[in-house]
Ligand binder design. Structure first.
Ligand code: KG4
Ligand code: ZN
Length: 336
């Protein structure tokens, strides 16, 4: 057929997702089975549990994705899959499913980097123009990425310790917020005020690296100290103060990056891109300092892990004929 149809798989962490994406721009289906409830009582993702869930979910998600898109294997152009970074046991389920289906149906297999997927979620908002800068903020990563062309990635800033989402999840635990805490802490922050003046890490340095462990420690110490002297702190104000410090750092470093790499598009991607305060702060900063730069943020249902974004990134890899064979393996520490 004339349509380019990619069946995409994503299973790098705790979401099993299968999508059908047309021409890299149109989502025909995007099935997402989340396992959050199974991990919540442990306060984080348990790799063994995650892997088992992926095995149980992936066949049904695949059937649903094809059904909802109204296509069969005979209509497909290629099969794409996240092969890293992520949890090895989780990645392997998607990789094995994709390999098996690709070879059973004689379809090319496209390996996709999960972080590239997060960036290409923005393709569903508008065509991407290069060079672009991406701020990718998730539970596992916090990176500034320059793309000089489609499918070309250069990391110019990275976290030295925790990822931004990870910091949200860790301080969320101290506040008694269930995993993953980001969304709830974001809501609490909007109901509170920045009264605690938490440290703004590396604010003066001109490099582009992030650090959240100092902020996390300051937060935990503040709460523990109050506990010890029997003082009750306002949880919303704590959340607001934490969020203000995170946003200050993310926006500050992004502005330094933009001064070094002027671009027409800034992509905000990854699970933390759902943060309303972050989006608003970036928009305001761009309006002030880089009015020529447009902020692209995927809709909330595409900022978290999903297979549609993998299909969008795979479209670029397909154009470059970047295929894998049956030896494709999961690469948990995959970099660009
Ligand atoms: O990209 P993602 O779904 O998974 C990874 O690849 O890690 O990101 C999940 C992370 C979690 O740490 C979650 O707490 C955070 O994104 N998150 C948020 C918000 N929504 C999700 N963090 C801050 N504000 C939010 N609204
Ligand atoms: Zn992710």
């Amino acid at each position: 057929s004339q349509r380019e149809l990619i069946l995409a798989f994503e299973s790098s962490c705790d979401e099993t997702s299968v999508a059908v994406v047309q021409d890299g721009t149109q989502i025909l289906s995007n099935i997402i089975a989340t396992q959050i409830h199974s991990h919540q009582r442990f306060g984080g993702v348990v790799p063994e549990v995650a892997s088992r869930h992926h095995v149980e979910q992936i066949t049904e998600c695949t059937d649903l994705a094809l059904q909802e898109a109204g296509v069969t294997y005979a209509d497909l152009t290629a099969v794409a899959v996240t092969y890293g970074p992520g949890l090895v046991g989780s990645l392997l389920i998607g990789v094995t499913a994709a390999k098996t289906l690709a070879f059973a149906h004689g379809l090319p297999l496209i390996p996709v980097n999960h972080m590239a997927g997060h960036i290409y979620a923005a393709r569903f908002v508008a065509p991407l123009t290069y060079p672009l800068l991406a701020l990718v903020v998730s539970g596992g990563h916090t990176e500034l990425v320059v793309m000089r062309a489609a499918g070309e990635y250069e990391i110019i800033g990275d976290t030295r310790d925790d990822a931004a989402g990870e910091a949200y999840d860790k301080i969320g635990r101290v506040l008694g917020v269930p995993y993953p805490a980001g969304k709830t802490v974001d809501e609490m922050a909007h109901a509170g005020h920045d009264t605690f003046d938490f440290p703004r890490a590396m604010h003066d340095s001109d490099d582009l690296d992030f650090s959240f462990s100092g902020l996390k420690s300051a937060f935990i110490n503040t709460v523990h100290h109050a506990d010890q002297i029997g003082e009750t702190l306002d949880r919303n104000d704590l959340a607001a103060s934490f969020q203000a410090a995170v946003i200050d750092q993310l926006v500050g470093k992004t502005l330094i990056a933009l001064r070094q790499h002027p671009v027409a598009q800034l992509v905000l991607a990854g699970g933390v891109a759902a943060n309303r305060g972050l989006k608003a702060a970036l928009e305001a900063a761009l309006a002030r300092e880089f009015p020529e730069t447009t902020l692209l943020v995927p809709p909330v249902r595409l900022t978290g892990d999903n297979a549609a974004m993998i299909g969008a990134a795979a479209h670029i890899e397909l154009a470059h004929q970047h295929f894998a064979d049956a030896t494709l393996n999961a690469v948990p520490g995959l970099n660009f």
